[in-house]
Every structure is written in C-alpha cells, then in structure tokens.
Design a protein around this ligand. Structure first.
Ligand code: GLY
Ligand code: MN
Ligand code: MN
Length: 429
C-alpha cells in the first residue's frame, strides 16, 4: 500500500466547494497528465496533475476523475487496474477496488473500460467542464464519449453536450488556500529557504552551476521535498540576464554575481525563491548599487501586498520604481514617464512583478474577472514579489559597469488581513 497524502476529508471538502460552484446536471471531467515521455524506453518521473490531485488525492498515472454532483454516484475514478506483472516492474497500484475504498469514491472503473463507461457516467448531464487541447488522446476519448451520449438522446433534439473550460472554476478555488494548505505551503517555503542558505555557503569560485543544482536537490529532499517545483536556475555572471536560464553548466568565477531561482515542492505546494549574491567576495561598485536598489524596491513592494490591492496596482508601481532606479543609477537618460510610455523599461525588466503560487509555480487563478476587473488580493492568497533588472553584456547604450549584471530578488508572500507574511524570510539576503 502506498502512503496517501492528506486525509480523505480534505479532498471531500474541496469537492464540496466545487459542488457549490456547479449548477444542477453539470459534470466535471479531469484527465491525469500522461505518464511517459515516449522518446525512449525510459519512464521519466511522473507527477500527478495538480487539478486531479487537488480534488482526489490520487497520484497514479492513467487516471480520470469525473464529478457529477447531484447524481446517485457523484464521484467516479478511472484507474490503472491491478496488474501483478506491471507492479513487479513499476510498483504498487491501488487498482479499481483499492481506489474506491481508499479514496472514498462512489465508483471506480478500469481505465481500459473508459470508452464504454464514460458515456454512461455522463449520460444525464447537461454540460461538461473539460479542458480541451491539452492532450490529443484525451480529446479523442472525450469526443467519442460525447458522441455516444448524443446518440443515446436519439431524436430528442438535444445537440452535443456543451463543453466549458474548467480553469476559472478551479482557479477560484485554488487561489485561496485553506489553513492546512498554508501550513504545508509555509513548509515548502521554509525548506526552499534553508536550501538556498546552504547553496550560498557552498558557492565559491571553481564550483559549477550544475553542482549547485545537485546540492539544491539534495538539501530539499533531505528536508522531505518530493522534487523541485520547477527547473532550477543557477545563473552566474552574464547567464543571470537570461530569465529562464536552464543550462546550469558554467563554472563560478570570483567577482561574478550569482542568481539562484529555485524552489522545493513539498506535498504538492511549491516555494519559489530568487537570491542574487557575489561569488567569493562582497558586493562592490555597480553590483552593490544595483543590488541595493532592487532590494529596496522589492522590500517596499512586499509591504504593499495588502488585502484589496492587486497585481495590476503593484505592477504599475514596480514599473515606476524600477524606472526611477535606472535614472538614479544613470543607466537611462529618459524620464520615468518616457520609460513606461515607450515600454523601454521592459528592455531591462522584461517580466512582471510576480504571480500566484501554489501547487504550480505559476499557479492557476484569475488575474481579472470576466468583466475585466482586476482581482483584488484576498486573505489566503499566496504570491511572489520578484522585481529584477538585467543588462546583458552585449547591451548597447548603458554604462559598461552594468554590462553582464542581472539581479532579481524573489520572496513568497501570504496575504492576510493583518498584512503580508513573508514565507521565505529565512532565505538570507
Ligand atoms: N521560477 C519561476 C518564476 O520565478 O517565475
Ligand atoms: Mn516566481
Ligand atoms: Mn522564481
């Protein structure tokens, strides 16, 4: 038997919340992410899809969850059936009976029977929440099921069941974390912070970026993390000016700035921390001026994470503050207004201030509602605040001292009625 994360009641509560948002007769269908990369016969590590885990706690591949609130059987899970040969090679499977009893489902079926059973489960529905175009295979299964349902309605005049993207439904729920999720999320953040501190002590001239990545994985796994929440960025020198630098294969040089953006995933919640520091020395000259300026902007903006403000508010503030830094450091001769008006600020700060954080690093959740109104920060949201400035070594028209420097500082913030709580404060700056 495999360990099950969280209690059964936890997932039941989430399904009850989903039910509140669904109208009578609606169905909700979630496919797991595919297990294997078919490039070779190596099965790469599998991680359950965030949404499927969120509503069921089920972690096995080849599963499909169907929620039909109000019907006699509200919860259905299609799973990989027990298979001794498969399990000899790949390990334990809950199977149809195990999934039903251990995950509190009303009914479970073998995934091999999905073509026959899914239309039966959807037969009395009037609308289906389903995310199209994620996987061709899933779309084919859904399309066949919906055609079968349509055929069954005969000459009733009903067409194909309407399909609606569930993202906004799920996004609303995942945006606000429960107390239990916040406890776990703080743990993910603390683990990430402690690992960052270990890396800071280890990073010396001659060490490779890849070594740092290995050490990060070791430090987070030692503390109970299952994996990293996203591919870590270990970017020294000019590499720090590539936002999603992934090669991680350079050797650290004395005097380089090192930008580390890495986070641990703990119980399906991820940390996301960036720290920038000098290799084998202290900050001096342009590096120091740039670092201190970005730090000041970051700290000021963290304080502004209050109930009722929004990413839209803080993004425009961040643009102005970083534009002012460019002027103060004599990097740009333009005014704040010009830098923003002609978008030149984005040459040096190409990303936005932050994002929601949760089961996924760029977590699902609406930044605007359907009327286009900005989503205000509410207690229980987790998000990042991560201003940065980047000056690739071949950038023209800036003082030489800044060429090849990239600085980003990122913390994970919990919104509360009492103000922002920095969940990654333990990572040294
Ligand atoms: N690590 C990805 C990000 O900071 O958005
Ligand atoms: Mn981030
Ligand atoms: Mn990050």
């Amino acid at each position: 038997m495999r360990k099950i994360l969280y209690s059964r009641e936890h997932f039941q509560k989430r399904r009850n919340q989903l039910k509140e948002l669904m109208a009578e007769g609606e169905a909700f269908v979630l496919f797991s992410t595919p297990q294997f990369s078919r490039n070779s016969d190596v099965d790469h590590y599998y991680r359950a899809s965030s949404d499927l885990f969120y509503f069921t706690g089920f972690e096995e591949a080849s599963s499909v969850f169907v929620f039909t609130p109000g019907q006699k059987k509200e919860t259905t899970l299609f799973v990989h059936p027990k298979d001794p040969k498969f399990e000899t090679w790949e390990g334990f499977l809950f199977g149809v009976e195990g999934a039903k009893s251990e995950f509190g489902m009303d009914q479970c079926f073998s995934i091999k029977d999905i073509d026959q059973k899914l239309p039966e489960v959807l037969n009395s529905s009037n609308k289906v929440y389903y995310k199209m175009f994620d996987q061709d295979l899933h779309d084919r299964v859904m399309s066949q099921a919906l055609q079968k349902v349509k055929r069954k309605t005969g000459r009733s005049g009903k067409g194909l069941l309407p399909i609606v993207d569930p993202s906004s439904l799920v996004g609303q729920l995942r945006l606000i974390k429960s107390d239990h999720e916040i406890t776990l999320h703080k743990n993910a953040c603390q683990i990430s912070a402690e690992a960052h501190n270990e890396l800071k002590n280890y990073a010396k001239p001659g060490v490779t970026e890849r070594e740092l990545h290995g050490l990060f994985l070791f430090e987070i796994m030692k503390r109970g993390a299952a994996r990293e929440g996203y591919p870590a960025i270990m970017a020294s020198g000019n590499n720090a000016t590539t936002l999603h630098y992934r090669f991680n294969d350079a050797v650290l040089k004395k005097g380089d700035l090192l930008l580390i953006d890495a986070g641990a995933e703990y119980n399906y919640l991820t940390g996301d921390i960036t720290r920038t520091f000098p290799v084998g020395g202290v900050l001096e000259g342009a590096q120091k001026d740039l670092y201190n300026s970005v730090l000041k902007v970051q700290e000021d903006l963290v304080e502004k994470v209050q109930v009722g403000t929004s990413f839209a508010d803080l993004n425009s503030l961040a643009d102005k503050m970083l534009a002012q830094v460019l002027i103060d450091l004599k990097i740009s001769k333009q005014s704040v207004e010009e830098l923003i008006e002609n978008k030149d600020i984005k040459k040096y700060y190409p990303h936005s201030l932050g994002h929601y954080l949760g089961m996924d690093v760029h977590d699902i959740g609406p930044y605007k509602d359907i009327k286009g109104q900005n989503t205000p920060f509410q207690a229980g949201m987790c998000l990042t605040i991560e201003p940065g400035l980047y000056f690739p070594e071949n950038m023209q028209g800036i003082p030489d001292a800044f060429k090849g420097l990239g600085v980003r500082i990122e913390d994970d913030i919990l919104v509360t009625k009492e103000g922002p709580v920095n969940m990654t404060v333990a990572a040294e700056k």
